[in-house]
Design a protein around this ligand. Structure first.
Ligand code: UD1
Length: 329
């Protein structure tokens, strides 16, 4: 029987991964800081790794963070933690890794300019954002553009501490796979939501922030004009993608996959869906902006479908309906 170690097993996504693995008949061990086991502690890994065949690495410091004071923590938990884990896996002969990565490694999504085709716009300027000009413009002609689905071959462009450390994890995993002949798979999650999502903190995704606001009787505050596109993917689908990834891979290689619903919606639509289900209050669109935010990021889910056989099963309407009343962590 394949034995799996899930790091971050008590967390939002990790706990669903544990359930999905157990439902598929795997023998699962968990590691989590909440129960005193740190992925950065090689003594903990020396205790757990002799018993496992695969590691599913979900433990991470997530979110956008507050300010640069967070940098050492992101680097320590995400980069150093992964380095310690990979070294210990090599030492104990564990040759298979599934890594939780993120669509934030792409930076801004993909865009098509009518004249210049596929282009990669840089960060939006504070001047544009503050006068309500939210759509990125073609870096070559300055004209407006249409967004497109991003695939795994798009160049990476990490724009904050979190995305930088997620990309570093991918690079470390690729290096580890090459050096040891191991198999590594990175799942680039899009906007994950669902039961047990952590409540409103500076590190939470927008779905949890809106859900917490509604629970407190406050309207969700929709930034920009609410037209920013995301792919909201349900946590049970993400857990299933991890199970599917466990048995795929190529020795010596890191393979990356977008994990998404394939059904993009705007942030404004998401706020309205949650508010409607809870009976209000109605969202307010504030025009506020955060400099680190990207405008649209929408996934091409085809590679995961073709190679992992992964297709999201929870649709937007159904998932948001459940999430509106689900318990948060
Ligand atoms: C999010 C996560 C990122 C994760 C990725 C994929 C954060 C901060 N970002 O990226 O870590 O890897 O999903 O799962 O956790 N917004 C509002 N009102 C608010 C807060 C945000 O309208 O109160 C808007 C933002 O301006 C942005 C959108 O919602 O346009 C999404 O925000 P958020 O979920 O924080 O970040 P993502 O970039 O989607």
């Amino acid at each position: 029987m394949t034995r799996v170690l899930v790091t971050g097993a008590a967390g939002f996504i990790g706990s669903h991964v544990v359930e999905a693995l157990e439902a598929s008949g795997y023998e699962v061990a968990g590691l989590d800081l909440r129960s005193g086991d740190d992925v950065r502690d090689s003594a903990v890994l020396d205790r757990l790794l002799p018993e496992v065949d695969v590691v599913v690495h979900q433990a991470a410091k997530v979110g956008l963070g507050v300010n640069v004071a967070d940098l050492p923590d992101y680097a320590s938990v995400n980069v150093y933690g992964t380095a310690v884990l990979l070294a210990a896996m090599a030492e104990h002969g564990v040759g298979r890794l599934v890594l939780a990565s993120s669509m934030v490694v792409y930076g801004e999504g993909a865009y098509e300019c009518a004249r210049h085709g596929r282009v990669r716009p840089g960060p939006r300027s504070a001047a544009d954002l503050s006068r309500g000009s939210f759509e990125p413009r073609c870096p070559r002609c300055g004209e407006s553009m249409a967004f497109a689905a991003i695939d795994e071959d798009a160049p990476v462009d990490p724009r904050n501490a979190y995305s930088t450390t997620k990309l570093a994890q991918e690079h470390l995993a690729a290096n580890w796979a090459r050096e040891t002949g191991a198999m590594a798979t990175a799942l680039r999650y899009h906007n994950v939501y669902g039961p047990r999502m952590p409540r409103d903190t500076p590190y939470s995704g927008v779905a949890a922030i809106f859900r917490s606001a509604l629970e407190a009787g406050r309207p969700p505050r929709v930034f920009e004009d609410g037209g920013q596109m995301r792919d909201f993917v349900h946590v049970r689908d993400v857990a299933d993608a991890n199970v599917a990834a466990l048995t795929r891979g190529e020795p010596g290689t890191l393979t990356v996959y977008n994990i998404a619903s394939g059904e993009p919606h705007t942030v404004g639509e998401m706020a309205s869906a949650l508010a409607a289900q809870r009976g209000g209050p109605e969202p307010v669109t504030t025009g506020e902006y955060r400099l680190g935010d990207v405008r649209h990021i929408v996934a091409a889910p085809h590679r995961a479908a073709a190679e992992l056989g992964f297709r999201a099963r929870v649709g937007f309407a159904e998932g948001m309906k459940e999430f509106a009343d689900a318990s948060l962590a």
